[in-house]
Write a protein of this length. Structure first.
Length: 471
């Protein structure tokens, strides 16, 4: 058996980022993937009808283009092309025009009425310092390179989204626009630190945009894999690792898996107490997702929503807070907060000529099998009357179907675990990427900085492995 210097279990963006960093350091690395195709949470398939390319999990990637590590890689030479919608985000309102997060601050302000100037004053300093700020914000707990910036961010962001929105904005539009972004935290909007996730994604929207990869999310791991192979790396698919003896290395092994899956595979190679701590790691709510083949664009009542790649449906801040609290408490919201992506409006490769794709999901209790199709479509119809008439076909996935598709999505948690204070920085344990076994490391979204297609978990885990395995 050919032995490599290191191995990575899993071929999602974090796993491939780890493999690339190790290879850049001169290591021979093999990536082992259980599925027949690479990608993890970034895969694209024809889920409905021929010619309609749907993103199975992630769709829009502000952290991908803004990643301090991925942005250093020449992924364009390996086929990755970012497409920027006319506007990153729209938030339709029941009464009046939609609020839009535009790349341009003044254009955003124009959609927020009396809160417009407040939004500009709030965002401008953070946009100007994005690159340095992103390095610190997407790093594990430690001494930041820009301590004053991070202290300022913490004073604003280490609170609930509801608290921040109500203290900064007066209008329903301003509060709702920020609240919808903060709901990406997949936690109650009245819980700390939901404001931090909201601020990070809002700043990114202005600083680098919320782009989509041409051809689908699969383009991201495809480009990473192409770069990795060009550096001499090896990828083996269809290899489901159940025991460390299967892994062709005597060096470090990096797991892009859920903590419990690491405990299962490593077995007695880890102390019992540590395995229990991995198994006790808390996962957040699940998702219910629908992919649509559409006969035309979604007929939004406010046509400016067609400018946006991402649309948040949830009405007011108060209504979204109720929805997100339901999922956290094990209940299904009657009017769920719904995230919609409109990739084919900006990427014609996603659907046959004249047709379109739709991507929508809501948060539900972990492990839910409830069909939320009617609830989701009622929310879309609320802001886009006649939407159902455009539907040619739909494909649905409940939370347990997500876990079946990818065992690392425990209970349908696609975010890598709760982002609560105690799990935000020391995740999944105080050792973060390391374990008591000096050969075993974790590089999944269950490590800092958490969920998102940014590769930073893999990069930092690889750095940890290189420090402990310098030769």
């Amino acid at each position: 058996m050919n032995l490599f210097d290191a191995a990575v279990i899993g071929s999602g963006p974090n796993g491939l980022a780890a493999a690339i960093r190790l290879t850049q350091a001169g290591r021979s690395v093999v990536v082992l993937e259980a599925s027949d195709t690479i990608g993890g949470g970034a895969r694209t398939q024809e889920l409905t009808e021929t010619g309609f390319l749907h993103d199975v999990c992630s769709a829009i990637h502000p952290m991908g283009i803004g990643s301090p590590f991925l942005s250093t890689l020449d992924l364009e030479s390996h086929g990755l092309e970012w497409i920027h919608p006319l506007a990153p985000l729209a938030h339709p309102m029941d009464d009046g025009p939609a609020a839009l997060l535009e790349r341009d601050l003044e254009a955003t302000a124009a959609t927020l009425g009396a809160d417009g100037k407040k939004w500009v004053r709030w965002m401008k300093p953070w946009i100007d310092r994005w690159e340095g700020f992103a390095v610190d914000a997407l790093a594990p707990l430690g001494i930041p390179k820009h301590p004053i910036w991070m202290a300022s961010f913490g004073m604003q962001a280490m609170r609930s989204a509801v608290s921040l929105a109500e203290s900064r904005f007066d209008t329903p539009e301003g509060k709702a626009l920020f609240g919808g972004v903060a709901a990406h935290s997949v936690m109650p909007l009245d819980m700390t630190p939901s404001a931090a996730i909201g601020m990070m994604l809002t700043i990114a929207g202005h600083a680098v945009g919320w782009p989509l990869p041409k051809g689908g999310a699969q383009s991201i791991p495809n480009a990473l894999a192409s770069l990795f192979r060009s550096l001499g790396g090896t990828i083996q698919t269809g290899i489901r690792v159940t025991d460390l003896e299967q892994v062709p290395t005597k060096g470090p092994i990096l797991f892009e898996t859920a903590p419990a899956r690491l405990a299962d595979i490593a077995g007695n190679n880890l102390p019992l107490a540590f395995r229990k701590s991995l198994q006790n790691y808390r996962h957040g709510p699940g998702v219910f997702k629908i992919d649509y083949a559409l006969d035309g664009p979604i007929p939004w009542r406010d046509e400016t929503v067609l400018r946006a790649g991402t649309v948040h449906l949830g009405g007011t801040l108060e209504e979204m807070a109720l929805s997100e609290a339901c999922a956290w408490k094990g209940k299904h919201a009657a009017k769920p907060y719904v995230l919609v992506a409109q990739q084919s409006l900006f990427d014609p490769t996603r659907a046959p000529t004249g047709k379109h794709t739709g991507w929508a999901y809501c948060h539900v209790p972990r492990g839910s099998t409830k069909d939320m199709t009617q609830a989701i479509e009622s929310q879309i119809e609320r802001f886009a009357p006649g939407f159902k008439d455009q539907v040619l076909a739909r494909h649905t996935m409940h939370s347990l179907a997500f876990e079946t598709y990818n065992p690392n999505y425990v209970g349908g948690d696609v975010n890598g675990g709760e982002a609560t204070i105690d799990q935000l920085f020391q995740r999944p344990t105080r050792r973060t990427y390391r374990t008591p076994n000096p050969r075993i490391f974790l590089c999944s979204a269950a490590t800092p900085p958490g969920g998102g297609i940014h590769g930073m978990c893999g990069h930092h885990a690889a750095q940890a492995a290189l420090r402990h395995w310098p030769d």
